[in-house]
Design a protein around this ligand. Sequence first.
Ligand code: PGA
Length: 251
Amino acid sequence: MRRSLVAGNWKMHGSRESIADLLQALIRESGLGVDGVDLVVCPPLPYLQMCQQLLSGSVWQLGAQNVHSQPCGAYTGEVAAPMLAEFSVRYVLVGHSERRQLARETDALVAEKFSAVLRHAMRPILCLGETLEQRESGRAEEVVAAQLNTVLEHSGVSAMADAVIAYEPVWAIGTGCTASAGQAQEMHRFIRELMARRSAKVASQIRIIYGGSVNAGNARELFAQSDIDGGLVGGASLKADEFITICKSVS
Ligand code: PGA
């Protein structure tokens, strides 16, 4: 039985005050019926320490939105995995489509970041997903397979035991245009089958979460699919009530 996971990706949103308010509401509300789910928030980096302090003793775990592949060095503006680990970060997003597109991150770089996270005893949340153009030209599975295989070849299938995969079709992110439950389930099953070719055990254990315009209205149907183990939530995770409703939809 896979334990579900819901992670909020706050991207470049919030302030000291709004994030403190949001966390306090999440901590208060999560005591009221969110069971059997790993709950994660990924705040912007400057708020990590504040979040670490506020979340201490709660069920919420801390995630980061990005990491550098090297442990230290002359990389102005970057943050290394051991630094994140010092702030009790447990999960790190790697290969989010906004970074693949805006920061030109390649599959090979994403694979290096994936192993950097594992080396420092945190769990990568590996984001995979196709663009609208790739889907419409019938290449969605090919693109997702290439993204996954680069990581598998770099780190080996056993490394996946500690990871989470997030299937996030690019056309569904921040657009309000969610993949249907059927479309999402089909891709999640495909990803699990790709894993099973290398290890049936890892394939059955790995959590594959869905991201892309998840909201309080569509979460329950998405999370009810047999290969969907939770969600990666952007916009809707900035509103405490809605985010808690989403978390309860999986529990
Ligand atoms: P969204 O973002 O829920 O706002 O579509 C999801 C994500 O980018 O992880």
